[in-house]
Design a protein around this ligand. Structure first.
Ligand code: AKG
Ligand code: FE2
Length: 472
């Protein structure tokens, strides 16, 4: 079915299979794309109809779609100026930063020397020191049942601490990037100091300054929380405890394990992602060569997922960094989630074919996203994994940590028809089998919904961390 991938190996954005099959366009050439935030979350609405070429069309619209409506193969539409140069979709705030700040007198781009060293687990061995100094070379019947106690067995909890090499948090201000001399085309583009880089030609590699998903602890003056704030936190935490862990089958092949990851596990995952994310191949904000950008920070482990080309590669084009290794520490967690999902399916569907409904996977790649409070991700399908993996419909296993995110999913790339579910800290969502090619996205992040204990322990920035495990 997916053999006509026609996956773009070339440079044109949108050369993925979807485009070839025309899946990304409604017959009229446009769709309605209006994400509204949760009660207290940010909202945005884009009324402007956009045709396949970014021009007005049939009254349906994409708000996070840009002047050309050619998505990458995962449909990660950025928002960008329309053909008149007007930005009609909400953008994340920019902080301007001069390029000179990061250029040496010779025009050579220097990586911020405050960039932390990489840890044994989060880095890729010998590349580490080189890259850190110079990159130039380089929805929907819902079944809900409680899960057995065994699933939360303490023995399954991770302990990454021995492997972590957490770097000091000084100088972790908003990141910026610097371009290598010769990337002149890019210099005139809108610059996001938060390490936004443009996926340009290989000669146009940039240096990505590390982005820290955790805020500095030192020097932070913590205001005493108001009574209102204290009560909110208490309510949130009490609700989580009352809800407990439970599993839901959202649709065939799609399972939601609520409150599944323990707090210690979430903490360790944050620390691990932080550590890796600060090193080479760490978090950056992908920008397309035409200036459009994603509303999140991203890194991928095991292989570099390239949003611009819609494919995985060993090195990411933006700065040539090699993908950080896929930490084997994640295997038991993913395996446990799959086993519990199988048990859930067998109990609920009275089926012994759980492994057919949801094939097991051995993950070797992981896309890690960090959404700020205004972060979001357009409806897309995950289909840049290998043909074999896609043919087998091996699942994507998604961990959510931090603030809650509204997750949309459905059979069409249409927000109005999509089902919605809130993914909260500790939730695990799995979609494989008949749901492997479900359209999905994140419409909004609900601020201040992360568990207090998690924030106290990690100082995770306001926002949401999401890890999606896949088998390439
Ligand atoms: O953040 C999420 O819940 C979804 C992320 C996602 O769909 C992706 O990374 O492909
Ligand atoms: Fe996805």
């Amino acid at each position: 079915m997916y053999s006509d991938r026609g996956r773009g190996r070339g440079r044109d954005r949108g050369r993925g299979r979807d485009r070839g099959r025309g899946q990304w366009r409604s017959p009229g050439g446009g769709e309605h794309w209006a994400f509204r935030g949760g009660s207290s979350g940010p909202s945005f609405h884009c009324d402007r109809p956009v045709g396949a070429d970014g021009s007005s069309s049939d009254g349906k619209s994409f708000s996070n779609r840009g002047r050309n409506s050619q998505p990458n193969s995962r449909g990660w539409f950025p928002s960008y100026p329309n053909s008149e140069g007007n930005i009609f979709c909400q953008k994340e705030p920019l902080e301007k930063k001069s390029l000179e700040d990061s250029m040496s007198s010779t025009g050579r781009i220097l990586r911020d020397q405050s960039a932390p060293s990489c840890s044994s687990i989060g880095s890729h061995h010998s590349d580490c020191s080189v890259a850190s100094n110079s990159v130039n070379e380089g929805d929907s019947d819902t079944v809900s049942v409680p899960l057995g106690d065994g699933a939360k067995d303490g023995a399954m909890h991770l302990d990454f601490s021995h492997k972590l090499n957490i770097v000091p948090l000084e100088n972790q201000n908003e990141s910026h990037l610097s371009f290598q001399a010769g990337a002149n085309d890019l210099l005139s583009q809108e610059m996001d100091p938060n390490n936004v880089v443009s996926a340009g030609d290989s000669e146009q590699q940039a240096v990505v300054k590390p982005f820290d998903i955790c805020l500095p602890k030192t020097g932070t003056i913590k205001l005493k929380p108001s009574l209102l704030e204290k009560n909110r936190v208490k309510r949130n935490d009490a609700k989580r405890a009352a809800d407990g862990m439970n599993g839901q089958i959202l649709r065939p092949g799609m399972v939601l394990l609520k409150n599944y990851l323990s707090l210690p596990e979430q903490i360790q995952i944050i620390k691990l992602c932080r550590d890796i994310g600060l090193g080479p191949g760490g978090f950056y904000q992908p920008v397309y060569r035409d200036g459009g950008r994603m509303h999140l920070k991203m890194m991928s482990l095991g292989r570099c997922w390239d949003p611009d080309r819609g494919e995985y590669a060993e090195h990411r084009p933006v700065d040539g960094a090699k993908a950080p290794i896929f930490p084997s520490d994640f295997h038991p967690l993913v395996e446990r989630a799959i086993k519990d999902s199988h048990a859930l399916i067998e109990r609920n569907l009275k089926s012994t074919a759980a492994e057919v409904i949801l094939p097991p996977l051995s993950p070797n790649i992981c896309v890690v996203n960090f959404y700020s409070e205004s972060g979001r991700l357009g409806l897309h399908q995950d289909k840049d994994e290998s043909q074999e993996s896609l043919d087998k419909r091996l699942p994507v296993v998604s961990f959510s940590i931090g603030d809650a995110g509204e997750f949309l999913y459905g059979d069409q790339r249409d927000v109005e028809k999509a089902e919605k579910v809130w993914l909260e800290s500790g939730d695990v969502l799995i979609f494989g089998g008949m749901s492997r090619h479900v359209f999905h996205g994140v419409s909004s992040v609900q601020p201040k919904t992360a568990p207090k204990a998690l924030l106290d322990e990690t100082n995770l920035r306001p926002g949401r961390l999401n890890l999606t495990f896949r088998e390439y």
